[in-house]
Design a protein around this ligand. Structure first.
Ligand code: FAD
Length: 558
């Protein structure tokens, strides 16, 4: 056991797994209201913010509700200026047609807003452009100043249950110091345990503990969870290009290269461009993982997006200075897991926060505000009943309702599902029906793959090694592989003949390679922790587990 945990943290009042916006918001808010409680936040990243990647356009209300009571002057601080790059003054929503043409959709969205239609929520005017890695690093500092124990470099592997099995007692951390074969080495440290009265799972999208907890505690989703993958680069451009783009402008683009009406391809998603200060523009593609093309590489789509005439004028000749990839849970309100007995988003003394619960609003393409709001709601539940941990999940769910998260999520509940069911063109038209539409039954993303090719190709293959180098990702070379192909014979006899081994293509980190003709997790140390492999392997034949703490990407501005 490490000294710090042995001495101080083997039992705490509140344990938070995941130091993202949700977990840190909860920590700050609990400690503000109940300074006597011992609050500990653990994160698998080497430093706060290293595993945080987002767009990001931030709806600032929840952040203000979090910080106003603890740092009333936060708006004028240097940290706020570094985190919130600019206020959105120009909001371009574009339809890209082919490699050169584009037209603006903002007037349509404004009309939709005037008519009270869901699409009106896609407008980002007056939000803030923000670096999420910096936001997380800053929130971690605020939390530490309030005497929250923020422990980066601590990865959780399992939920611990009490002897009767009815109540979660804490978590077990990942073993450190095993060799590639799984044998303990000389510096081996068995995964220690941290016990807690209240446990908040804030692991982000497709969290390992969260999904284990959902299964073990019998939580259920009314609808299928859907995912998308975001691949993103931060590009340093010339001062002239940056000025031309302008510091307060955000671009959200649909159409090419993911979707061309009628003629195809048809993939849900689009491109983003955000100015991040210091002559840097973030450029990314977000692609729904319910795509059907077995040879689709989201990074090829990023290349094609960057080569579109509209985008190219702002980034040509620029240098990529950081890169990364992360999944987004897109299933919406129906995919939020609940305990059937009382509809809680969690059970007993365990609550699911932020992306772990799936609180992303796909009409807004935003989850940060709800992640922070969920932290505030969990804190209100804990502060309101410190002596009744077993009521946490129910109280937290009620607080989310009070904060209006359920209304917002419910209003967007059918948008993504309708497109998943009917494709982009018909789906977008039908989605105008909003909440009047029925709930559609959907299959998991991995079942949607077909033996058909993505019709577009960039001129040169994407350099995944350069991409992972710019994510500064790494793991101890000799640790056990944290990505498992469950059954090689499925790869050999089913996947290769039908789909050609798509994990080799879609993994943004190039973890998978064909060795002697068979896909292998050959480069686990390149892993970006995006977990796309376990959600898009067409035979559900890959499992991602948490590697030793401190590994993975080291984002600083994403
Ligand atoms: C490409 C992209 C663009 C986006 N754009 C926007 C946008 O413009 N606006 C917006 O509002 N939202 C956007 N989002 C969504 C937004 O980023 C998320 O909703 C938000 O980050 C969720 O916060 P969270 O705290 O729940 O999870 P996360 O931010 O994912 O944080 C989870 C933390 O938990 C840690 N963790 C996970 N498992 C463990 C474990 N077992 N042990 C220890 N630590 C663990 C991780 O390392 C991570 O630090 C975007 C997301 C992506 C990927």
């Amino acid at each position: 056991m490490s000294d710090s945990l042995q001495q101080d943290f083997s039992k705490v009042d509140v344990l938070i797994v995941g130091a993202g916006p949700a977990g840190l918001a909860a920590a700050i808010s609990v400690k503000r209201q109940r300074p006597e409680l011992a609050v500990c936040v653990i994160d698998k990243a080497a430093a706060p913010g290293n595993h945080a990647l987002s767009g990001a356009v931030l709806e600032p209300g929840a952040l203000a509700r979090l910080l106003d009571p603890v740092r009333p002057d936060w708006r004028d601080s240097d940290e706020a200026k570094a985190v919130l790059a600019a206020r959105v003054e120009r909001d371009d929503v574009l339809m890209l047609l082919g490699r050169k043409r584009s037209f603006g959709l903002l007037p349509l969205l404004k009309a939709a807003r005037a008519l009270g239609l869901g699409y009106g929520r896609m407008i980002h005017q007056d939000d803030y452009i923000c670096s999420v890695s910096r936001l997380v690093a800053w929130l971690a500092k605020v939390a530490a100043e309030l005497e929250v124990e923020v422990l980066p470099g601590f990865a959780a592997a399992d939920i611990l249950w009490d002897e009767g099995g009815g109540r979660a007692a804490g978590v077990r951390l990942v073993d450190q110091g095993r060799n590639r074969e799984g044998q303990p080495e000389r510096n081996f440290l068995a995964g220690e345990t941290v016990k807690a009265d209240f446990i908040l799972l804030a692991e982000g999208c497709d969290g390992l503990l969260s999904e284990k907890f959902i299964a073990q505690a019998g939580l259920q989703r009314a609808g299928e969870q859907l995912y998308s993958l975001g691949v993103k680069e931060l590009i340093r451009v010339s001062p002239e290009q940056y000025e031309k783009f302008s510091a307060g402008r955000v671009v959200h683009a649909m159409g090419y290269p993911l979707w061309t009406p009628v003629l195809g391809p048809d993939i849900f998603g689009g491109g983003i461009m955000y100015p991040m200060g210091d002559n840097q523009i973030a450029v990314g593609i977000i692609a729904g993982l319910d795509y059907r093309y077995c040879d689709f590489n989201p990074q090829d789509a990023l290349t094609l997006f960057k080569e579109h005439g509209f985008v190219k004028q702002f980034i040509a000749g620029g240098t990529v200075v950081e890169a990364g990839a992360k999944m987004i849970p897109e299933g919406g309100w129906d995919a939020v897991p609940r305990w059937p007995r009382d509809n809680s988003i969690g059970r007993g003394n365990v609550a699911l926060l932020g992306d772990s619960a799936g609180l992303v609003n796909m009409l807004k393409i935003k989850g940060l505000h709800n992640a922070i709001e969920s932290g505030l709601a969990a804190a209100a539940a804990i502060a309101g009943a410190p002596a009744a941990p077993e009521k946490l999940a129910a109280a937290y769910t009620a607080q989310l309702g009070k904060a209006g998260v359920d209304r917002e999520m419910a209003a967007a509940r059918n948008f993504r599902q309708t497109i998943a069911k009917f494709g982009s063109l018909l789906g977008m038209l039908l989605a105008l029906g909003g909440r009047l539409l029925p709930r559609f039954r959907l299959e998991p993303d991995y079942t949607r793959l077909e033996p058909v090719s993505y019709p577009l190709r960039p001129a040169r293959p994407f350099d995944k090694n350069a991409f992972t180098a710019l994510a500064r990702t790494g793991h101890r070379e000799d640790e056990p592989g944290h990505l498992r192909i469950l059954d090689d014979s499925i790869c050999r006899h089913r996947c290769l003949p039908k789909f050609g081994g798509p994990c080799v293509t879609f993994c943004p980190a190039g973890v998978y390679e064909k060795i002697e003709g068979l896909p292998r997790a050959a480069n686990p140390s390149n892993c970006l922790h995006c977990k796309t492999c376990q959600r898009k392997c067409p035979y559900d034949n890959i499992r991602w587990t948490v590697p030793e703490a401190g590994g993975g990407p080291r984002y600083t501005t994403m």
